[in-house]
Write a protein that binds this ligand. Structure first.
Ligand code: AMO
Length: 443
């Protein structure tokens, strides 16, 4: 049998008004077998939904009925039958079968329940991701993630950005700050890249003008939290002849566009998760670092000095403050002390203590960092040195600044954090198919 004969329609494509009394073939998993004696129902599930297959004992060939009764849950089958409109069945029809082909029989018991009746632990679900994905809620998350990335690609392409891919195996630490995973590269030590930062800047010297990358970033951070992964997906842009305010505007417009697109294209998936999305109102509030410190110090939770970085508690206090004031979850923190931003962030010309770096925040966590970058090589070298790094290790990068580097700016936003904050998901691992964390290296 040609595999093309195994399926003529997804379950959702069968319109009973159009296809009533016609023959179709559906293929998928045995979701449920309900044998009531005189009548037997088999529910077949595919990616798009469910079909109820109905067999009345008196009207069904005994051999076919026997085969149906013995079907093991979650086995893969292809079923050919006649469409009969039935208001009470899922999608308004039932299938009266004439042939059931078992393509792969499932073992039992299953590693976890797929009906949604028993909620499994996250670890159990991640260990058996192939089964977890058969649950409507899990599939819905990854459909939405797909819509998010599709919206990113179309928004950035429409705005003149070219998609680029930079290497993930690198010779030197990219930015300092976080720890790296060392690997063996033939007879040399190399690292998994923590960010496309240096490469996307080099592309500005190359004249590509506006680039974006959607790709993995690797961070050997030891901490085990609900919002950190050791391998995450970063959406990065870099744009020439732009300052930090220009790219902040691109970022907030992109986030609003993503929300709009998810609402327009993934309504069923949102409903499956029980989320009602609201498009964030533009422009996002700009809170200066000074104001942020004042907000934190006005609360009883924590006291900060000027120059301190903002930790989780502080971020939370500021997020709640902004939410109370604006009713919005997204905002920017701008005008950071140069000393606590990465070496490539441009200091303000008239006040170099402050930098043109920014963070884009959600009420619950940081979503993105960015900056206008330093494009003047001498200044860049001195900033690399003042952060305790060795300019020699950055020679491949610095070279690109000496032969015509335009002023430029950019940002990186974590795809997982974007999706989890959008959906109100508690744990970042829920929005990654196969998360990598301190404990998890398989599957
Ligand atoms: P940063 O280090 O702030 O900036 O990373 C940008 C965004 O990436 C996401 N992210 C993570 N998500 C999950 N787990 C992690 N361990 C993790 N680390 C980062 C966050 C974060 O806000 N080069 C700069 C960007 C730039 O300036 O263009 C950078 O990497 O959402």
């Amino acid at each position: 049998m040609s595999l093309a004969n195994l399926r003529t329609h997804y379950t959702s494509q069968i319109n009973p008004e159009e296809l009533g009394d016609q023959k179709v073939t559906v293929a998928g998993w045995v979701h449920e077998v309900r044998d009531l004696g005189g009548i037997c129902f088999v529910v077949l599930r595919d990616r798009e939904g469910r079909t109820q297959v109905t067999m009345v004992k008196k009207k069904t060939e005994p051999e076919l009925l026997e085969k149906a009764r013995k079907l093991v849950r979650e086995s893969v089958v292809s079923i050919t039958g006649t469409v009969k409109p039935e208001a009470k069945a899922p999608n308004g029809y039932e299938l009266i079968p004439e042939e059931i082909t078992i393509l792969n029989e499932a073992d039992s018991p299953l590693p976890m329940d797929t009906t949604g009746k028993v909620e499994a632990e996250l670890d159990t679900r991640l260990d058996a991701r192939f089964i977890d994905l058969r649950r409507e809620r899990t599939t819905a998350i990854f459909r939405i993630r797909h819509e998010v990335l599709r919206a990113v690609r179309s928004f950035l392409t429409e705005n003149g950005f070219i998609e680029a891919t930079s290497p993930k195996v690198v010779a030197t630490a990219t930015e300092g700050g976080t720890s790296l995973f060392p690997i063996t590269y033939f007879d040399r030590e190399a690292f998994l890249n923590q960010s496309p930062q240096l490469f996307k800047q080099i592309l500005m010297s190359g004249g590509l003008d506006r680039v974006f990358e959607i790709g993995p970033i690797f961070r050997a951070e030891e901490h085990d939290t609900r919002r950190h992964l050791n391998e995450a997906t970063s959406i990065d842009i870099e744009a020439s002849f732009c300052d930090h305010f220009d790219v902040m505007e691109i970022l907030e417009n992109m986030v609003a566009y993503i929300y709009e697109q998810v609402i327009a294209n993934a309504a069923d998936s949102l409903a499956a998760i029980g989320v009602e999305l609201k498009v964030p109102v533009l422009p996002f509030k700009r809170v200066t670092y000074d104001e942020a410190i004042d907000i934190v110090n006005a609360s009883s939770e924590e006291k900060l000095n000027w120059g301190d970085d903002l930790g989780t508690v502080a971020e939370h206090t500021i997020g709640e403050h902004v939410f109370r004031e604006t009713g919005e979850s997204h905002y920017f923190i701008i005008d950071w002390p140069t000393a606590i931003k990465p070496f490539y962030a441009m200091p303000y010309e008239d006040n170099p203590i402050l930098s043109k770096g920014f963070d884009m925040m959600h009420r619950t966590m940081e979503l993105s960092s960015g900056a206008q970058r330093i494009h003047i090589p001498e200044l860049l070298v001195s900033r690399i040195e003042s952060q305790g790094l060795d300019p020699e290790g950055f020679e491949f990068y610095l070279k690109a600044f000496r032969y015509g580097m335009p002023p430029h700016a950019g940002w990186g936003i974590g795809c997982e954090r974007l999706v989890m904050t959008m959906l109100g998901v508690e744990n970042i691992r829920d929005v990654v198919l196969f998360p990598r964390d301190r404990r998890r290296l398989s599957p």
